[in-house]
Design a protein around this ligand. Structure first.
Ligand code: AMP
Length: 211
């Protein structure tokens, strides 16, 4: 049975970039709770309306709501997943094991990075509204400015929560909640730490070599 991956890392630590490489090269399916929540906001569903303000402030949405959304969007029999953005706290890590994975193997990958660099990285992040490809105005512009390399879309947008004051709050929330999650996986012998300050290709090689 192939192992699922659980990506843990501060906002902007490169989880989304590595997930898209693993999807393209290794056939994983990427499930990001942040993306699922943003899709609900875009649809203006009741759930989307409920979570918008919390997300705009960089706070965490309730555990109960996120797990229901996650459960509704995965099929562990059909795909090998990368969980991105879930779990965010110890209760979510325990719920993931007990109510979602239920014995399916899953390794967590911790993207270690100095968070002082992340504010600049995130304020310059742009995402393709059509396919989700990630760019950066400083380090990774698309070949044609304003046009997505991957799908040709022309909606390269800044996320509502990628503004400096909200970013600082998101980083604070991450730092306050993540240690027990790391300890949980460490104690179970399921934690792989990677140096997320390396170039994306190096990180990809490192993760791939351990699959
Ligand atoms: P992300 O795209 O992972 O940076 O998530 C964006 C926002 O979505 C977060 O700041 C939270 O408001 C919300 N969110 C995403 N995943 C979770 C989660 N597992 N638990 C609670 N809130 C979440």
């Amino acid at each position: 049975m192939k192992s699922h991956l659980i990506f843990i890392g501060a906002p902007g630590s490169g989880k989304g970039t590595q997930a898209s490489k693993l999807v393209a090269d290794k056939g994983f399916k990427h499930i990001s709770t942040g993306d699922l929540l943003r899709a609900e906001i875009a649809k203006k569903s009741a759930l989307g309306i409920e979570v918008k303000q919390v997300m705009d402030e960089g706070k965490l949405v309730s555990d109960d709501l996120v797990i229901r959304l996650l459960q509704a969007n995965i099929d562990l029999n059909a795909s090998q997943y990368i969980f991105d953005g879930y779990p965010r706290n110890l209760a979510q890590a325990q719920t993931l094991d007990k109510e979602v994975l239920k014995g399916y193997p899953a390794t967590s990958v911790y993207f270690e990075i100095n968070t002082t660099k992340l504010v600049e990285r995130l304020t310059n992040r742009r995402t393709c509204k059509d396919c989700g490809a990630i760019y950066n105005l400083i380090s990774k512009n698309p070949k044609v400015i304003g046009t997505c390399d991957q799908c040709g879309g022309t909606n390269l947008v800044q996320r509502a929560d990628d503004h400096e004051d909200v970013i600082k709050n998101r980083l604070k929330v991450f730092q306050e909640t993540i240690d027990p999650v790391l300890k949980y996986y460490q104690d179970l012998g399921r934690l792989m730490k990677i140096n997320a300050e390396q170039a994306p290709d190096e990180i990809f090689k490192m993760i791939s070599s351990k699959l």
